[in-house]
Design a protein around this ligand. Sequence first.
Ligand code: ADP
Ligand code: MG
Length: 706
Amino acid sequence: MCETAVNVEAIFNENVFTMGKMKERLPRKVYAEVKNVIDHGGELSPAAADVVAKAMKDWAVELGATHYTHWFQPLTGITAEKHDSFVTNPDAEGHMLMEFSGKELIKGEPDASSFPSGGLRATFEARGYTAWDCTSPAFVKKDATGAILCIPTAFCSYKGEALDKKTPLLRSMEALSEQALRIVRLFGNTEAARVTASVGPEQEYFLVDRDLYLQRKDLIYAGRTLFGAPAPKGQEMDDHYFGVIKERVGSYMKDLNEELWKLGISAKTQHNEVAPAQHELAPIFNTANIAVDHNQLVMETMKKVATRHGLACLLHEKPFAGVNGSGKHDNWSICTDDGVNMLDPGDTPNQNIQFLLVLACVIKAVDTHADLLRQSASNVGNDHRLGANEAPPAIISMFLGEQLEDVVKQLIETGEAASCKEGERLYTGVSTLPDLQKDATDRNRTSPFAFTGNKFEFRMVGSSDSIASPNTTLNAIVAEAFCEAADVLEKADNFDVAVHDLIKEYLTEHQRIIFNGNGYAEEWVAEAERRGLPNIRSMVDAVQSITTEKAVKLYEKFHIFTKAELESRAEVLYETYAKAINIEALTMIDMAGKQLIPSVISYTTELANSVSAVRDACPEADVSAQTELLLETSSLLAESKKALTALKSVTAEAAAMEEGEGQARAYHDRVMPAMSALRAPLDKLEMIVDKEFWPIPSYGDLTFEV
Ligand code: ADP
Ligand code: MG
C-alpha cells in the first residue's frame, strides 16, 4: 500500500517562518534590521518588532493558528509551552481583531515558578522571563490542540540567571565564535566575521504496540521495563540491524518524515537498529542551537506520530534489559561564515597547520575536561549504558583514525610530520564492480569521541536527553583551548616557530586521551586508569564535576555559567536523579504488589489444587512434576515478597531524606540494588509461570509484535 508520494520540496518548511518568508512579508528596511540582528547580535527596535510580530501572526493565522507560545527548554530536559490566543477585547459592536505585538514577540513572563531552578528562584521572587531567540526560526505546530505559533525563547530569572538549556548554549556559541576567530585571524583570515558550531544528532528509538505499552505501568511511568525476562530471541542474529523495515514501521517513518520536513527538519537517514524494535533517524546537520531545537521537535514528533499509528515510541536509554539501549550520536564541527570547516584536514593534514592547531586544541580540551564531557552526557537512563559494556564506555577517550594518529605520532616524536598516509584503493575483485577509493580513516564504533573525517562524533549522549548540555560543554572547552593558544601565538615573535612548538606541546601533554583500540575491552579500563583518565561510573558521581574550581573558572571566564548557576544545576541534577529512581521504585512496588505477586499466588494455588486433585483421583500417580514446580515457585515467591518488603523500606527511608547529594546517593547505592533484588526472582518466575497467569506483556510480545 503506497499512497501518492508527497512533494517534499513543496512541504519542506511549510510550517516555518523562514528568512525567505520574512523577506517576502516584511518591508525591506525591517527585514534588513532583523537580518542584521540574526547575523551580528543586538536588539530589534520596538517599531521593527511590532512589524515582525504582525507579519508573523498574519502568516500563522493563514495556517490556522489561534494561539502563540514562547517555546522554551527548562531544566526538565524537555520543552515547555504556555498558549495565549491572539484574541483581543471586542469593540462596542462586538468585533474582535486577532493581535500580536512586538512586545509579546520579544518578551514573555510565564508564571513558571514550578520549573526546577535549584534554588535560584525563591518563590517570592519567582519571576521568570522568556526572550525571543531570533536565530532559531518561529514555527507553527499543528496537532489536536489546533495550530500554535511557537517562538523559540531563552528562559531567565528576574536577575538574568539562566533557568534553561538554551541560554548557556547561546552563550557558549558566542564564546566559541570569538575565540575561533582569533585562531583564523592568526592564519591570515580577515574575512570571517563569525564561527559557528554545527551539530547533527543521530536519534535512536524503539517502537512498541500501544495497546501492549498501556498494559505495562513501568513503560508508562518510567519509560523503561522494570521487570521482564529475556525473549527466546534477542539481537544475536544481527538480522534486525539495517533489515527490511516492517510495513507498520515504514508507514510510521513516512508520516514522521513528512511532519519533520514541514517543520524544516531535514530528516535524512532512517534504518532499523541493532535491537529488535529499535530504529534510528538522522537529520542533516545544522547550527548548534537550531539543531538542539530540532532534536527536541524530533523527539516530540516521534511520540506524537507513534500514537496516531497505534504505536508507542520509547526514547529511554534502556527500555529493555539484555538488548542494546539507545543513544544519540552528537556530530559536531566548527565552520567559519566564509565557508571553512576548521575540522577539515584536507588531503594532506600534515601540511595543514591551522587544522593541526585546531586538532591539538580539541585534544587538549577533551583531556583537560573529560569529566565535564562525561557529565554532559549523563542522565538517569544513561547509567544503564555508559560503562555497562555497551555503547561507549564511561571513560572519555578520543579516536583519531590511522592517518591522523600517524601524523600526531610523527609530530610528538620529531616535531615534524613529513609524510601522510593516504587512503588506498579498495579492490572489489569483481570486474563489473568499480574499485573504490578508501577513506584514510576507518571507523571505531567503540570510541566515545571519534574523529570522523571533518567532524567529531560524541557518542555518549543518551537518547532521551537534550543535546544542549553536550554541545554547550564542547563549545566551552574548545573556546578555552583556542583562547589559551591565541594568547600565546598573538604575542609570538616568530609565529611559524611558535605554532609548531605549541602543537607539539599540546599533543605531547595530552596524548594520553588518544585511544584507537577497543573501548569495550576490560583491559582498557585498567589501561585508562594507568593513564590517569577519569572513569566516572554514574550520573550521581558525575555531578560534582560541574562545580569544581576548574569548571567554575572555565565557565565564568567565558560568561557561560556563573558559579551560582552551576551550583543550582548540580542541585537540580541530584533532585532529578532522586525523583526518577523514586518513581521507578514505587512503580516496581506497585507492579510487584498488585500484579505480579498476586498472579504467582493464583498460579501456585492452581498447582496445589492440581496436585491434590490428581492425588485424589489416582493415589498412585506420580505428581513429582507439579510438586517440584510448586516448590520452586513458592520459594521464588517467598524471595520476591521479602525483596518487596525490603524495597518498600529503603525507598521510604530515601524519600524521607533531605534533597541533595546525600539523597541521590541513597537512591543510587541502596534503592537501585533493592530494585534489582526484587526484579531477579520475578524475572525467573516469568519463565516458570503459565503465560495465562502472567499479567503483563512479555519482552517477546513487546519487541516482536510491531
Ligand atoms: P554515520 O555516523 O551513521 O555514518 P553520517 O555520516 O550520515 O552517519 O552522519 C551523521 C550525522 O553527522 C548527520 O546528521 C550529518 O548531517 C552529520 N554531519 C555531517 N557533517 C557534519 C559536520 N560538518 N558537522 C556536524 N555534523 C555533521
Ligand atoms: Mg554515527
